[in-house]
Design a protein around this ligand. Structure first.
Ligand code: ADP
Ligand code: MG
Length: 677
């Protein structure tokens, strides 16, 4: 049986099984699915085209009997001459004494190996009797470790294919195989291991790429469905007329993207299932405006809302903008670590008595004594800044509240449909009209004085600037411009009436807020800072963002920093000072100067970094696909996603005979057991 241990196969003992286990091959099925990590394609080429020291394939006639020499312990060398294009080529083969009998004068052979153009000699790694024919030889390459040899592994796989491939079941329904012209499972398995030609191999790979994506999408979408259905009973009966009335008070119309996102959220709220949705959009794209409308909707349904943000400054900013927006329409309180003693007690009591409609705060919100009367809507801003437990703690303060996560770091579509299969995603991918695009420039350090001069000019128009540098203390390993140094340099450069502030991670929270406040009130014109300004501070009068050593930042971080300017109606500028050494670093700078759209940028970032690096480490939830590659095979991913959606919508798994195997597979999958909390 396929699920049996490999030891059930003839000739596989405990020792070999242990070697296979090191490759994560335990069952016969694992063995069948242990695909080559690449294929070497050997085509016979004319002698004139062979490159010295390359791996090449030649075809010729054996001229005379091979001669065999033994040396050392059990080592041997077989030499013979073949005639290729009327040239005598010497062939050398190590440790394959047995081949002597197989290679006879007059035979045609195809040899693959390392070419020595000076001696007209090939060191053979692979040989085949007979002509190459018009097909290229495709050599699968397996990753191996420990004692296992590639040849032995291949032999074992061949044996498994011969004895067990008939037991494999087709998971993919006929209609997909037909529609996408994919080979069936048995044939594709054989081809993956023993490809006969390139076209067949391409189709076999296509099949497994699609299968991997489809299974993954089905799992994620099923998970989402199961999670939803586990949390019934929170339908929010909001008042659409009052919501419209509220929106009419706004001094602007929603953008199309805002309207679409809003509709998606409102539909979730109305549904009996708990919302679990991510709202993505660049800084300034109007996420908060949408969030405010949803909070209001929840209020009209008789519920309370909570907004959790990562820093006190940000909490205060949201508090001010939302109290302005809501006016008399809601009672809003601020709850941060700075709120203490009697004041805090009063606020906490008011929340519990439902005298408060909306609470805005930091993680102070999730302390045990904060109890809501009826929390219906939860927003977590910059969600990646909170841990899973913190997010859950807030959510658990209500009975299945609808949860909206917000982020200004857009996730590429490619990743969103993969990693967040269990979360719904809304995207605000356009800016409100009339915004001026931030002009972005990339320069080298030797123009720094000119940059400083430019800042001075803009300051004379009443504007302000950020100057960012990566780290606070000089490191002896890295040549990093230190914030303090830079600060001193600027003090020297500018006349005294230009006030300069310094902010870095070593300052206390109060000190930081003090500096930020001075900057917000234009008591400081230039703020030299490490990346602490990254999160959401709003100073519309700041129009210049200078980023020192910009090559040390990732694209999304650069984009975040750039988002600190361009918040008012004045033209803003972002100046990247960078001298990246590698091509990728240069490409990053180019991308920054060419696009201001966070979604486009994140796609570029993904391409430059690869999916593994994008989120960092394991937490991404992105599986290691064996054959598929999310970026390269993106079209297949989209197709699979749509197919998975249709399968679930039409309930094909249960109602259509063709989907029986697929359903069996999913029901037996361990995927869901540890993911449903
Ligand atoms: P985000 O939370 O995505 O950073 P905000 O909701 O704070 O964005 O909006 C940024 C600014 O743009 C605010 O001053 C807001 O009033 C304004 N704004 C939001 N939506 C629109 C719109 N559709 N048209 C014009 N201005 C808008
Ligand atoms: Mg709901």
């Amino acid at each position: 049986m396929l699920r049996d241990s490999v030891t059930q196969m003839n000739g596989i003992g405990e020792k070999f099984a242990a070697d296979l286990a090191a490759l994560h091959i335990y069952t016969i099925e694992d063995l069948l699915h242990y695909f080559p990590y690449r294929y070497d394609v050997f085509e016979v080429k004319p002698l004139a085209e062979l490159i010295h020291e390359d791996k090449v394939t030649i075809e010729g006639r054996v001229v005379h009997e091979p001669s065999l020499a033994f040396y050392g312990k059990k080592k041997s060398r077989l030499t013979f001459t073949i005639e290729v294009e009327q040239v005598a080529i010497k062939a050398v083969m190590f440790n394959r004494a047995f081949a002597k009998k197989q290679i006879n004068p007059g035979d045609t052979v195809t040899l693959t190996g390392k070419w020595d153009a000076h001696r007209l000699q090939i060191t053979v790694s692979h040989y085949k009797k007979g002509a190459a024919g018009d097909r290229a030889t495709i050599q699968p390459m397996y990753s191996i470790k420990g004692e296992i040899s590639s040849a032995k592994l291949k032999k074992t796989i061949q044996q498994a294919l011969r004895d067990y491939v008939h037991e494999t079941t087709e998971l993919l329904p006929e209609r997909f195989l037909d529609a996408y012209k994919l080979p069936d499972r048995k044939q594709a398995l054989r081809t993956m291991h023993f490809p006969t030609n390139r076209i067949a191999l391409k189709h076999a790979r296509r099949r497994f790429i699609y299968e991997e994506f489809l299974l993954f999408q089905l799992k994620m979408q099923l998970l989402r469905k199961l999670k939803r259905e586990a949390t019934q009973g929170n339908a929010q009966h909001y008042d659409a007329v009052r919501i419209q009335g509220f929106m009419n008070l706004f001094p602007f119309e929603l953008t199309k993207a805002q309207q679409t996102s809003l509709n998606q959220i409102l539909a979730d709220m109305k549904s009996p299932y708990r919302m679990n949705r991510l709202l993505q959009g660049d800084v300034g794209s109007g996420k908060t405006a949408v969030a405010a409308i949803c909070l209001y909707a929840s209020i009209t349904a008789g519920k309370q809302g909570a907004l959790m943000v990562p820093t006190e400054i940000l909490a205060e900013q949201h508090y001010h903008s939302l109290t302005n927006l809501f006016g008399e329409k809601a009672t809003i309180v601020l709850l941060t670590g700075a709120v203490k003693g009697k004041k805090r007690k009063e606020i906490v009591a008011a929340i519990e008595n439902h005298q408060v409609n909306i609470v805005i705060g930091t993680h102070a919100l999730i302390q045990d004594d904060v109890i809501f009367d009826d929390l219906g809507f939860v927003i977590v801003d910059e969600q990646h800044r909170f841990g899973v437990n913190q997010r859950r703690a807030l959510r658990d303060k209500g009975l299945y509240p609808d949860v909206l996560f917000m982020t200004a770091t857009p996730i590429p579509r490619t990743l969103a449909i993969t990693a967040f299969g269990d979360m719904d995603v809304s995207a605000i991918d356009e800016m409100p009209q009339g915004r001026k695009e931030i002009e972005t420039y990339w320069t080298k350090e030797n123009t720094f004085e000119r940059v400083l001069g430019f800042i001075e000019k803009q300051i004379s128009f009443g504007e302000q600037a950020y100057v960012i540098c990566p780290l606070i203390e000089e490191s002896d390993k890295l040549d990093i411009q230190d914030a303090v140094d830079l600060y001193n340099q600027l003090l020297d450069f500018y006349p005294d009436d230009v006030k300069i502030g310094l902010m870095h991670g070593r300052l206390s929270t109060e000190e930081k807020e003090g500096v930020m406040k001075q900057f917000a009130e234009n008591d400081i014109q230039i703020l030299v800072s490490t990346t602490v300004v990254e999160v959401g501070v709003d100073v519309p009068n700041a129009t210049i963002m200078v980023i020192y050593d910009a090559e040390r930042f990732g694209l999304s971080q650069l984009h975040q920093l750039r988002g600190r300017v361009g918040r008012g109606d004045k033209q803003s500028y972002c100046i990247l000072i960078a001298d990246p050494k590698g091509e990728i670093g240069k490409e990053r700078m180019r991308v920054m100067t060419e696009t201001t759209n966070g979604f486009e940028l994140s796609e570029q970032d993904l391409k430059l970094r690869g999916p593994g690096d994008f989120f960092g480490k394991k937490q991404s939830g992105i599986p290691d696909f064996k054959v598929a590659d999310m970026i390269h095979d993106y079209r297949a991913l989209e197709t699979a996603r749509n197919d998975a959606q249709e399968i679930l919508e039409k309930n094909l798994l249960e109602e259509d005979e063709e989907f029986y195997q697929l359903n069996q597979y999913l029901e037996n999958s361990s995927f869901f057991t540890d993911k449903l909390d």
